[in-house]
Ligand binder design. Structure first.
Ligand code: ADP
Length: 504
């Protein structure tokens, strides 16, 4: 053990070298004694020494030198002091020449190993530097995305709340729809940046759920409606009968792909039409987005799938963008093991075709998601809900929607108050924000779970309400004892459906 430790050290002090050398001598001496005792030929010691000489350079230079000196010393000693025949100057010279030759050989070997080790260390250092830079970038973007999503979540929530107000005039509702559309676009950009990071870091896994592709398509088209209406562009949506009402696939990724392709088609088309056609061939979803827009020159068609590549110059204000959309789309399609192709002619238009695998969802009923706020959701009323949320804007719209559903709502502003209330009152479910003052949602959940364990209390469902949406973060929330994660900006339909699942 000690020897291993000594040998594996990269830099040895003089003391260490001496120690290893002495240890080597003792081992060889003991081995010689053993050979003599057992009656084996003396040449075995030489073989073993040579064997060690060949192996040791990989670990320790002084030992090689020491053993070599010892071996040569032994030979010279036998020639000079214990001759078995007449003294031979040749024998002495050949021993010394041998010693020098092996010394040079082992030294060379050691030099080579040394430079290989150095290269290895440098490579490991560079790779560690690159990984930590990439992780820091991912962490920064995830954090920025959280910071941006929180206020957008407030804007979207309040806009939804006002849009659902029956007394609101058509004129105001039109303006509200514009605010909603702009916020949706902003959210889309943030999602794109986050997705780009995830694709770059390569951490993202597929999360298949059961959902309706019809709702997703209508949802995407609805969110782009204000932009379409501001142009002389007709939008056609055709979903073939071959598409099942419900399929199992990664809904979030498919929605992002559709949004990117459809929003590009609208953005790059000033007049004419944008046509979305969806059909299913065996277990492949075949999505085609065709437009009569500006088109893409042939030599640029591969380039557009590269990040930050845009054909038009940045001064062309009318078509804003980051140049990330198609790179992300391609990344997502590849993650889903699908295919994306483009056919385009300048001034005529473009056709993007995407093939994505899916599973038919006839048998099992898994997590089905709600789509719009207006959709009537059959929720059980009278349940007592605890909402731990420090953001006053989020409190306002969540209170509005939850009380409208008939829930009895108690609001607290930090994790500590949430823990105290769960211990002293009965609630049917907790909606827990993550980043809160005094005590975070994660810490509060851990304390609630520990309390339930120690008092044998019934486990209360805790749903995370959070703008932190990376997979790693979501796993962390579930590990702390939460039952599900509802991302912010809150899709009220989704939230109510998830709450229903846990309340029932
Ligand atoms: P962005 O749209 O933000 O510029 P994308 O990655 O989505 O970035 O697209 C990259 C480029 O590909 C666009 O800038 C545009 O030049 C071209 N492009 C994408 N879709 C279309 C389309 N439907 N019609 C014409 N050009 C397109």
């Amino acid at each position: 053990m000690i020897l291993k430790k000594l040998l594996m050290q990269e830099k040895h002090s003089g003391k260490t070298s001496l120690l290893v050398f002495l240890l080597g001598l003792i081992v060889i001496y003991l081995f010689r004694m053993f050979i003599k005792q057992v009656g084996l030929p003396d040449s075995l010691t030489t073989i073993v020494i040579w064997f060690i000489l060949l192996l040791v350079p990989f670990v320790h230079r002084p030992t090689v030198w020491g053993l070599l000196a010892f071996k040569t010393g032994l030979s010279i000693y036998s020639i000079l002091l214990r001759p078995r025949g007449p003294f031979s100057i040749n024998g002495l010279t050949s021993n010394i020449v041998n010693f020098i030759a092996v010394l040079i050989f082992t030294e060379l070997l050691y030099q080579i190993i040394g430079s290989l080790r150095k290269m290895n260390r440098e490579l490991a250092y560079e790779s560690q530097k690159a990984t930590s830079a990439s992780n820091a970038k991912a962490a920064f973007l995830a954090n920025m995305s959280h910071e941006i999503r929180t206020p957008i979540s407030g804007i979207l929530g309040l806009t939804d709340m006002l849009l659902s107000d029956k007394e609101c005039s058509i004129h105001v509702k039109n303006h509200l729809s514009m605010i909603k559309s702009s916020s949706d676009t902003l959210l889309h950009i943030v999602n794109n940046i986050l997705n780009f990071t995830k694709i770059e870091v390569g951490k993202e896994q597929n999360t298949p759920v059961q959902f309706s592709i019809h709702s997703v398509l209508h949802n995407v088209v609805d969110s782009l409606r204000t932009t379409i209406e501001s142009k002389s562009v007709e939008l056609y949506l055709h979903i073939d009968e071959s598409v099942y009402p419900e399929i199992i696939a990664d809904e979030v990724k498919i929605k992002q792909i559709l949004f990117n392709l459809i929003s590009n088609a609208i953005k790059f088309t000033d007049k004419g039409m944008v046509k979305i056609e969806v059909c299913a061939q065996r277990n492949m979803l075949d999505i085609t987005v065709t437009d009569t827009g500006i088109g893409i020159p042939k030599d640029k068609q591969d380039l557009i799938f590269t990040e930050f590549e845009r054909i038009q110059t940045s001064y062309e204000k009318s078509r804003e963008g980051t140049g990330l959309g198609l790179a992300i789309t391609k990344g997502l399609v590849e993650q889903l093991e699908g295919e994306i192709t483009v056919e385009s002619t300048p001034s005529v238009g473009s056709k993007f075709r995407t093939l994505l695998p899916f599973t038919d969802a006839l048998e099992s009923l898994q997590v089905t998601k709600g789509d719009t706020v207006d959709k009537e959701i059959d929720t059980p009323s009278g349940y007592s809900i605890l909402l731990a949320e420090d953001n006053p804007v989020n409190q306002v719209y969540l209170k509005h929607f939850l009380e409208k559903q008939g829930y009895e709502l108690t609001i607290v502003e930090n994790g500590e108050e949430a823990v105290d209330l769960v211990m002293s009152k009965n609630f049917n479910l907790v909606l827990m924000d993550i980043q809160m003052p005094v005590k975070s949602g994660i810490q509060a959940t851990k304390e609630i779970r520990a309390y339930e364990k120690s008092t044998a209390e019934k486990r209360i469902p805790i749903l995370a309400l959070t703008a932190s949406v990376t997979e790693h973060e979501q796993r962390l929330f579930l590990k702390s004892g939460m039952d599900a994660v509802c991302p912010k900006p809150v899709d009220v339909g989704n939230l109510l459906t998830t709450m229903n699942t846990y309340l029932n």
